[in-house]
Design a protein around this ligand. Sequence first.
Ligand code: NAD
Length: 436
Amino acid sequence: MPDSSLPAALPKVTDRLSATTTNHSAFWQNANLYFDRVYQTMGLDTTWRTVLASPKRVLTVSCPIRMDDGHIKVFTGYRCQHNNALGPFKGGIRFDSAVNTDEVMALAMIQTWKNALVGLPYGGAKGGIVCEPKKLSLAEKERLTRRYTAELLPIIGPQQDIPAPDAGTDAQVMAWFLDTYSMMVGYQALGVVTGKPVAIGGSVGREEATGRGVMNILRKFLATQNKTLADVRVAVQGFGNVGFHAARLLAERGATIVAVSERAGGIYDEGGIDVDAAGRYYRENGTLTDFPGTDALTNEELLTCDCDVLVPAAMENTLTAEVAPHVRARVVVEGANGPTTPDADEILRDNGVTVLPDILANAGGVTVSYFEWVQGLESFFWDGKRVQDELQKVMEKSFDAVNAKADEADCDYRTAAYTIAIGRVTEACRLKGLFP
Ligand code: NAD
């Protein structure tokens, strides 16, 4: 059954929600600021500025589910579709207690620029459910995922909007998402979601892809400084999908991982942390605290610890103006989305710290998601080497473009990356024109 047969009427949808509405959170304001300050310098037609600053659609859904003890609990979920000038919407789904409308709007906008920057035929979206995933049983998480998927049905589909994992979600959640959507439309729609288990149409290499992209980008940047990964000591904030795989792959290529952390705190070892062993310890104990042979440190201490490279790979707004003056790393690689606030960004720039921005540095995940989508549509699956090689090509090409733009415009990497991405999306909007 084609997607067009799905219901057209959308419940609780706010089309073209005004981006200028007041009382928005700092994260949404920051996302706008990063966009706006570059847009204004690009000499572009101002017509598109408000369109690009406004999410096309924000859907809020209520997901009542029966908890294991028999009572019914209602969870709130969101999906924001920011812009689809370049192709179907694409972006992750987050399960976290702090999810809110502004957060998904900011993340969806960042996703639009990211997809455009690395040349994917996608627009940007993001979704999430307000919940504490670690406090849900597997069965409760499954019921919640299925209900949320069913609620999103009118606006998702392989050619409409293709979700993927983000913080608090994983391949199992994507499997439930796929199955629910497929049951409701009456056929196996592999292309409706990416980050699925390999056994049911996922791509090899997707799970580690964001971390691998972080490694590719840092390696490329260091080459411009005549350095290699073996020359740097790295601190990684956040030890989930992005942080763990980034730390692991950086260590594999010779970097010394001096610090890693999770929500409750972190560990430091000047001589280098055994990342695989720390990963096993974290999985078994749910914390890094007391990992043998290391010193404890807080998340704030991690951000300012003695290292060459800092990889914030936890959540947004962790690198603030209060912390930025004390950052000792010379390079920040944004594994997370929006970890650096604009005022912190300015302080880092003034202090000569190079920031490799999120829309470049963590684009490896969505890039392999794109590979997975293509493989699913063609029913032809690649081996791991091909995935890694194609990912490296995309990441390195994107880095080269950003590096060249930064040289040409004599600007920082974030400004260069935004200039390229905004230029591409604006051009697509201009060529398509306005409907009706
Ligand atoms: P995850 O849930 O797998 O892991 C998050 C980690 O960060 C956990 O170790 C958690 O304990 C820690 N954490 C949470 N809040 C923290 C805080 N305030 N301080 C320190 N640590 C904290 O999530 P993830 O998938 O690794 O995503 C992390 C970030 O990367 C998010 O910003 C996400 O949007 C972004 N991102 C994820 C992907 C992906 O493919 N998963 C792709 C691109 C960007």
